[in-house]
Design a protein. Structure first.
Ligand code: HAM
Length: 452
């Protein structure tokens, strides 16, 4: 029985009291992406397992330990996406989006699934916002990408977060580095976990992001990739820095960043904070110039990033970043009597059509209980309609904050109230009441011309 009312470990509910925070953050991210010409892409929650094996990489922690993989009844191996880059790249190729002209710029908001040890900031189902650009090898694309992520933190007012960048070179210069790593880790074999021992031959770079404590210790003293990159990669990295400087984006070069997924080349970056404990990487990304070709496409340089929305909200909470209040009902229409119920229902529909949020009783409460409910939901205004009011054609509007009331004609009520809301916004209407309640009362009564 207990399981019926228990969520699965590592998954979280986003409750009505919190969802407005998510909506606010998501809307801002969308806006930031759209401003730089990115358009939304939505891909399925599952893909063929082979896509992640090939792109994220066979020797990564994600593929080796963390994927939710299952066989369908038809015998296909399917995996719940552990990240968004692979699916977006698959869709880019499958639908030949490159035919629309390069560069192609997309963004996404999606749930991801990784079977990791759940803790603060690390979940098994989590949300990512990500952006990807296909078809540019230019350093300006790297800087544009980093600036977009930075812009999101800036606009949200997140301060205690630092941008760390690195270059991990191209396929060619990686060979020297891989050899150096092999030599170093071979000399420290005894300290490595079994998974890393197998990585030693196949992909020693992956040892650098193993979560095992003993491996982490050894990895901390390993050779750093920046010392091994070729002239072209080095020049590209310098250019990225020039453009970041031009945009006044602060960063530090951290030569130990290699990222945990296999597809990266050249620029990699992370936004890191100390304010949320061990899972301090809020955003990570970089270039992946070989991936599109690896998946069967033409050689196409590409790059992107993803940020974890849970981690972002944790940082915002830890740093007391202000978020908008939850929206509340604009007007509660209480009704007493059968004719009044019909009138209240009609008014509520009309107000909603005019973009004013209106609520009515739908459970059969008495007047007192209706008003109590109006208070409970923090309605900004309330109106009581009795059968007599319908005969008289006039109702009393109450400002629930100040308790002030004023009369309004029922027939014009929606139009005038809606006009005022649209023209001034609700805050201004409240102010008007505060300053001069007669003026608003008159406006609502229709004695002032529309638009005043
Ligand atoms: P990633 O570093 O694996 O990169 O994940 C990006 C972000 O997702 C992390 O910085 C973190 O905020 C969040 N995240 C990852 N795992 C978890 C988890 N278990 N619980 C909560 N949040 C998590 C990628 O996924 C790449 N696809 C990013 C990218 C896009 N690179 C190029 N384009």
């Amino acid at each position: 029985m207990e399981l019926l009312t228990k969520k699965v470990k590592g998954a979280e509910d986003i409750l009505p009291a919190d969802s407005h925070k998510w909506q606010f953050v998501e809307e801002l991210m969308r806006d930031e992406a759209e401003k730089s010409g990115f358009r939304e892409i939505r891909t399925p929650v599952f893909e063929h397992t082979v896509l992640f094996n090939r792109s994220v990489g066979e020797t990564t922690d994600v593929v080796q330990k963390e994927m939710y993989t299952f066989n369908t009844k038809g015998g296909e191996s399917i995996t719940l996406r552990p990240e968004g880059t692979a699916g977006a790249a698959r869709a880019y190729l499958e639908h030949a989006i490159y035919n629309d002209g390069l560069p192609v710029k997309v963004y996404y908001q999606l749930t991801c699934y990784r079977y990791e040890k759940a803790q603060a900031g690390r979940q098994r189902e989590f949300h990512q916002f990500g952006m990807e650009t296909y078809g540019s090898a230019d350093a300006r694309a790297d800087a544009e990408m980093i600036c977009a992520a930075n812009g999101i933190f800036d606009r949200l007012g997140v301060e205690d977060i630092r941008l760390e960048i690195n270059s991990i070179g191209c396929k060619t210069c990686r060979a020297d580095y891989t050899a150096a790593l092999k030599e170093y880790f071979s000399a420290n074999k005894d300290e490595l976990c079994d998974t890393c021992l197998s990585r030693l031959e196949r992909n020693p770079m992956r040892i650098l992001d193993c979560k095992n404590e003993s491996c982490k210790k050894v990895a901390a003293k390993a050779p750093v990739v920046l010392d091994y990159i070729c002239g072209d990669c080095s020049a590209h990295f310098e250019k990225v820095k020039t453009f970041l400087d031009a945009a006044d984006v602060e960063y530090t070069v951290n030569p130990t960043i290699v990222r945990g997924l296999d597809y990266y080349t050249r620029t990699v970056f992370e936004f890191v904070t100390d304010s949320i404990g061990a899972q301090g990487t809020v955003c990570g990304g970089g270039r992946y110039d070989g991936l599109i070709e690896e998946l069967g496409g033409q050689p196409t340089p590409a790059l992107g990033f993803a940020m974890g929305i849970e981690r972002l909200l944790l940082v915002m909470k830890a740093q007391n970043v202000e978020l908008p209040e939850a929206p509340t009902c604009d007007i509660y229409i209480a009704a007493l009597g059968e004719a009044a119920e019909v009138k209240a229902f009609k008014l509520a529909q009309q107000l909603r059509q005019s973009s004013i949020s209106a609520e009515i009783d739908i459970v059969g409460r008495g007047l007192r209980a209706q008003m109590k409910y109006a208070n409970k939901i923090n309605a900004k205004y309330s109106v009581v309609i009795g059968d007599d009011d319908i005969k008289n054609g006039s109702v009393k509007v109450k400002d629930m904050k100040t308790g002030e009331t004023f009369d309004a004609l029922l027939d014009d009520f929606v139009d005038i109230f809606a006009d005022k809301f649209i023209e001034y916004g609700l805050g201004a209407v409240s102010e008007l009441i505060g300053e001069d309640s007669d003026k608003l009362g008159q406006a609502l009564l229709g004695s002032l011309p529309h638009g005043n």
